[in-house]
Design a protein around this ligand. Sequence first.
Ligand code: NOJ
Length: 547
Amino acid sequence: MPTTSWYHKTSIYQIYPRSYDDSNGDGIGDIQGIIKKLDYVKRLGFETIWCSPFFASPQADFGYDISNYTDIAPEYGALGDALQLIEEVHKRGLRIVFDMVMNHTSMEHPWFKESRSSRDNPKADWYLWRDPLPSPFRRGAGDEVPNNWQSMTGGSGWHYAKERNQYYWASFLPFQPDLNYRNPEVKKTMLDTVRFWLRNGVDGFRLDIFNVIFKDAEFRDNPFSFRFIPTETDPSAFFQEAKYTINLPESYEFAKELRSVCDEFGERLLLGEVNGGRTAIRKFMGAEENDGLTLVFDFEMMNFKFAADYFRELIQNIETHFPAPFMPVYVFSNHDRARSIQRLGNDVRKAKLLHLLQLTVRGVPCMYYGEEIGMTNLKLPFAAALDPIPHKFKFVPRFVFDLLGLTINRDEVRTPMQWNASKNAGFSSADKTWLPVSSNYDVVNVESEDKDENSLLNTIRALLKIRSEHAALQDGSLELMDGLPDKVLGYRRKAGEEEIGVLLNFGQSAKQFQFRSASCIFRLSEQDDWKNGEIRLAGLGGIILKQ
Ligand code: NOJ
């Protein structure tokens, strides 16, 4: 069955508002800054923009701690700016999705303040409150937390509030209390929030840690697990299986309910942040039909190996889990993870090949701002981090995280966008920007890459254009090619009469082989060539052919 909805064919560009463009010179990016840069995004060729949150927030987790879902944090602008952003995006024929943090609010949200004030106020049951564990059941001295549940960031997720002599649950950090979705009033209020933005024209939402929305109704202890660090396929961590805290059947059901609310407004995108592997992802999208979340990030691939065999297996596995009309999401970077080029030893040639794959394989590509110019991680001292996460782990030496390949200080991947070689990389006129600008901005920036025909930026632009011109690359079928030389990956995309072949050489040495095709529509470098049925791929070369 063909996939025909716009959101299955689109390409997504993630903007982290705080770091994109500062229009008023306070060192912090803002909504008017984003509006100023919409023509850049349009010319680049992405069709949908996802903005990380700019709602009212004390910014303890930079917007992922919301204190009012229908207002905007003053450093980013006002409600009118957000509405103008939606309008300006649509004027350019683009779409926009906002970041909806449904699982938790900020502890500064008036709902939580009211809820914690007593055991019998009107919002007393809006969050997850439990009594301290009675003494005969305690595991040790002073251990009175209601059960053994660990938060996603480690340590008990239960936090004491003396006003009620009770604990509240927070899946992430202590200042982000989880809402109680078993309370119909909470559910209705949050779905009405979603409706508010849909009515105002937003094209959908990226859904923050959507797979922890529901927790066990009986608050049963999680079973023991040998796992300490979670993986993308197994969210169990800190020596417990996340059986009663993550990926509950009620959350899969809620995905459908949310989808039906969105359907009231036509075709709207719902892009889930879910961990737990492809089987879990599929449950959020819908077991039989794609009647749940329309798209879900595939985070497993963030730990990619730069090798043809790795990608062959990945694509095969993805095709098995997400046959049409399901559509996978190919994503290699975001505001929480290392920049993709870091995994490639900051090698731009490898980055070009990676994005050739990302923009031609069957799936929605999602690119993080700056990835298009090869922005790198900026190493910053943990002690001075603005991100709350490294402070939680301040007793662990940095090299441990480096060895494990974990980005604990997320400031390092959120540095200001590098527009040009002028002051602050053209991001801001302020004396001090909220995070330092990376030192390589004199070379890695939009303006200079724009002028260089062979830059990563122009490669991505060319690929997005080809993608937009060929239905086969948007929602065509995919078939892996066999019998190719070692380290070469190839696949065919087909839609109706159109057939496109993509060949990528992950090796460093050139490869020459026979290949029947009618014309060549893209070459990664001048050394890549196709003539009289023979292909020559340079080391790290790539080519797109049309039948
Ligand atoms: C996932 C978001 O991507 C991350 O930035 C945030 O800190 C947590 N969820 C908590 O909302």
